[in-house]
Design a protein around this ligand. Structure first.
Ligand SMILES: Nc1nc2c(ncn2[C@@H]2O[C@H](COP(=O)(O)OP(=O)(O)OP(=O)(O)O)[C@@H](O)[C@H]2O)c(=O)[nH]1
Length: 855
């Protein structure tokens, strides 16, 4: 049952006359279990394709096909493979080979029952009376191994009381025994009374192997996934095995097959810019071949994790693989016998020999780690030094007239023995704003790539990075090969951005992917957002870090239209209400419409009308025709003769023409946490995020809100290079000290402890309504932070242009209206005036707005 939308709730309200809407609107999304028209259409077409592909090779119901399509986001290939794997084995039971081997048990059972002629194609099927089936499946005293004797009940005939069953060595009993069997009394002993092998001596009886009676579940029946712990253990085990295998070069064809099977899992490791490679210290633990440090390593990207706990689990999972290049001497760690044991056993205890561990055996984590100087335990004074220096300080008599021994020396020295807290991380005490101005740093811009699912966002960004040589040819060739192995060759460029195996196998972006490139003028950060509506919260997190947006639209027939009904409009509205003013509209896949000028103009006109209505200024919107797959008009002009009607900018020129965003350098430091992870062995607590305001430098003390816990900035990295400071607008990584990761959550605000962000329980906001808003329950999103809340009061409807009050006593805010509302949060959030939030309800974006007052 899909969650109720704002539409639904609105229906129960006593409307004013002008507020009445047709019922069709309200139930638009309710039919079809929350499926949109577009979903239904995709489902219909997908089901036809799947049926064609299955080619009546296996019998699968429509609902099973639909389940598979839904699960795989309408990916026909994946759905067909899944259905084949899931249902094909049933046909193997009919293979004559297996049926030949009818066991004596089966013969006995068959003889005792009333046989029914097997149906065509199911020669092995035979009838078994229900009492027998029940005996076989349930009799606790029956000493038989059901691995070879399980009965599968295919169909139960209620008239005859007979079930059509077939014995199978591979398939467990798939259905519960029908209740009607309970009425047929026949014990196991009776059943087997005349069988010669009943008198087998007990010591020769076989062991019982109890197989689960019911299916373990899968896509269509419960979860077949292992628990997180089991998955973790399996991943560890797999990793260890891989490490073992890596040491011995095997040419066994079996190994090669196993390798092929693991293709998808390996993709992560083969990824050009994995999380591990992003970290200098992880490179230390797992040395990479020199050629892997190609041009792209300059701009490695990192996928964001969903939750901080996951982030930690994930980062802890991969255990450092042993270095295979140098033989590692395993130290003998077993302790010698104790004195007591030696006396008892009469052994002369050997002199205690200190274990000498050379640096290759246990490499110190900091031996070659950049930026370690700050964390070297010997650079600072030891605890003894601290006490000694405090003592010296305490004993130092201050010059001046007050220098008089008062007789109470002990009390005086204790008073003076205040041990000053020596910061573990030294600060250079820089004037960061001056440093920034002096640095002559290129201007910086972060842009979020938005648009409906599959409109080509990741491919377009992959192409941009490839053409700008951020990604080298070798890496792209590798990706292409890997994509081909799983039949997704058209996604090779998209894989530059989409790096998780889930994203790659499904062909769908799930979370924000970050990457960097620069032009002569600007250093850009790409935030590639997922297009699928299920991942809107992730898209919001990306949009909250952006200075401007690139809206990608698929120009191909029907795709633009279906995108309009889907996320094209929703994404555009969201970024606008989150403060984004500039929009580059990439009219993509122009190759599919033969670079038609008419199509480009049709899309431009329709989108201009919509975007200006959504309060984007016409001057801030640029339309660029392009084709990410072929690369035309991305960084190079369109091939001559293809689109002589267009002589405007390429995509990269349009990006470069964007005005740099204003940076609030002088404001108190604010950072929105978008990732929490283990940076390296020496940096166990690291966060990443965009600096919203102010500046920061190594050694600064920070406060994590809402936990209200202090910590110290131990290191800063911008684009994976260590730096001394960072300023507003930059997306950076921060290694923290003296802060327990339990106090960090995605979406938290890191701030200046002297000017901390306030915790808010209730706020007044100016919102733009996407759906009907009335006093209702909502989820408030800010970056990756979210909390349950209630819209408690509709204060007024405002004029869109001037913001003046147009109507008080509001009972409902209609879609498209701007209103002032009061929102009560279920828990305190670090929110301030001027912050932008999104209100969602039941998976739909209801409104977005700007905080005007917090309390
Ligand atoms: N013909 C053609 N196909 C393209 C073009 N750009 C992308 N595609 C194809 O469109 C499909 C989807 O591309 P993606 O880049 O994954 O789309 P996306 O918008 O990033 O998808 P999500 O991130 O999951 O929303 C792939 O099969 C691409 O090969 C193009 O310019 N021309």
């Amino acid at each position: 049952m899909p969650p109720k939308s704002g539409h639904h709730r609105a229906k129960n309200v006593d409307y004013e006359e002008d507020d009445v809407y047709s019922d069709d609107d309200y139930y638009e999304n309710e039919e079809g279990g929350g499926m949109t028209d577009e979903d239904r259409e995709q489902m219909r077409i997908g089901a036809i394709k799947v049926k064609e592909a299955l080619n009546s090779s296996i019998t699968v119901s429509d609902s099973q096909i639909q389940e598979a399509l839904w699960h795989y986001y309408y990916d026909v290939g994946k759905s067909v493979t899944y259905l084949k794997n899931k249902h094909a084995p049933a046909t193997t039971t009919t293979q004559p080979k297996k049926q030949k081997a009818v066991s004596r048990f089966d013969q006995a059972v068959s003889a005792a029952s009333t046989p029914k002629k097997p149906e065509t194609g199911e020669q092995s099927a035979f009838l078994m009376p229900p009492n027998r089936i029940k005996e076989l499946c349930t009799a606790p005293s029956l000493k038989c191994t059901f691995q070879s004797r399980r009965a599968n009940i295919k169909d139960f005939d209620t008239n005859t009381g007979a079930s059509e069953c077939w014995a199978s060595a591979e398939y467990p009993c798939l259905y519960p025994i029908p209740d009607v069997m309970d009425h047929v009394p026949l014990s196991a002993a009776e059943f087997f009374r005349d069988t010669p092998w009943l008198n087998v001596p007990t010591h020769r009886l076989g062991e019982i192997t109890v197989e689960p009676l019911f299916p373990r579940g899968g896509l269509l029946g419960g979860s077949s996934k292992p628990s997180k712990l089991a998955a973790l253990a399996a991943a560890r085990k797999k990793k260890q095995e891989e490490a073992k295998n890596a040491t011995s070069t095997s040419t066994d064809p079996g190994d090669m097959k196993a390798e092929a099977d693991k293709a998808v899992a390996l993709l992560d490791r083969l990824s050009v810019k994995s999380k591990e490679s992003a970290s200098p210290s992880s490179a230390l633990v797992q040395p990479q071949p020199v050629e892997q440090k190609s041009a792209q390593s300059k701009y490695p990207s990192r996928k964001r994790s969903q939750t901080p706990t996951t982030a930690f689990q994930e980062s802890e999972t991969p255990t450092p693989e042993p270095e295979t290049s140098a033989p590692v001497e395993i130290p003998h760690l077993r302790a010698g016998p104790s004195m007591f044991a030696s006396t008892l056993c009469g052994i002369t205890p050997l002199p205690v020999k200190r274990q000498h561990l050379d640096s290759t055996s246990f490499p110190l984590p900091y031996t070659s780690t950049r930026g370690f100087t700050d964390t070297n335990p010997f650079t600072g004074p030891s605890p003894d030094d601290i006490v000694l220096s405090a003592r010296v300080k305490g004993n130092k008599s201050k010059p001046g007239p007050n220098k008089k021994p008062n007789g109470n020396k002990l009390a005086e020295s204790v008073e003076k023995l205040s041990v000053e807290e020596v910061p573990k991380v030294k600060s250079k005490n820089l004037n960061v704003v001056e440093e920034f101005e002096k640095s002559g740093m290129k201007r910086m811009a972060n842009f979020v790539v938005i648009g409906h699912v599959d409109h080509g966002k990741s491919t377009l960004m992959g192409r941009l990075l490839y053409d700008l040589k951020v990604i080298d040819q070798r890496s792209v060739d590798k990706l292409r090969k890997e994509a081909e192995t799983i039949g997704k060759s058209s996604f090779a460029l998209a894989w530059i951005m989409d790096q998780t195996s889930e994203e790659r196998s499904r062909g769908v972006t799930v979370d924000i992917a970050t990457n960097y490139f620069e032009t002569d003028k600007t250093r850009f950060t790409i935030l590639d957002a997922p297009g699928h509506r299920d991942f809107i919260p992730n898209m919001i997190a990306g949009a909250s870090q952006a200075d401007f947006a690139v809206l990608v639209i698929d120009a191909s027939t029907n795709s633009f239209e279906s995108g309009l009904k889907g996320q094209t409009k929703e994404h555009a509205l969201l970024v606008r209400s989150m403060g984004v003013q500039r929009l580059v509209v990439a009219v993509n896949k122009m190759d599919t419409v033969n670079w038609s000028q008419d199509r480009f103009e049709e899309i431009s006109q329709q989108m201009t009308a919509f975007l200006t209505a959504a309060s984007f200024s016409g001057k801030s919107i640029t339309f660029i025709p392009c084709a990410g797959l072929t690369g035309e008009n991305v960084t190079r002009k369109i091939e001559e003769g293809k689109a002589s009607w267009y002589n405007g900018q390429t995509l990269i020129e349009a990006l470069d023409a964007s005005e740099p965003a204003k940076r609030s350098l002088e404001k108190p430091f604010r950072l929105t946490v978008s990732d929490v992870f283990r940076g390296s062995i020496t940096n166990p607590v690291s966060i990443a995020g965009r600096i919203d305001a102010g500046s920061i430098q190594v050694g600064d003390t920070i406060l994590s809100m809402p936990a209200n816990e202090a910590g110290v900035i131990k290191g800063v990295e911008v684009e994976n290079e260590p730096v001394d400071w960072a300023v507003a607008g930059q997306i950076a990584t921060f290694h923290l000290a003296e802060l327990d990761p339990v106090h960090l959550r995605l979406g938290d605000i890191i701030c200046d402890p002297k000017k901390p962000v306030t915790l808010t329980k209730s706020f007044t906001a100016k919102i733009l309504a996407f759906e009907h808003v009335l006093p209702m329950g909502v989820d408030v999103f800010r970056g990756r932070m979210s909390a349950e809340a209630n819209v408690t009061k509709l204060v007024a409807v405002l004029n869109k242009g001037t913001g003046e009050v147009e109507k008080k006593k509001v009972r409902i805010v209609k879609p498209g209206e701007v209103a002032r509302v009061v929102v009560q949060l279920d828990r305190e959030l670090p929110l301030e005036v001027g912050v932008r939030v999104v209100l969602r309800e039941g998976g739909n974006t209801v409104a977005a707005g700007l905080l005007e007052m917090c309390s």
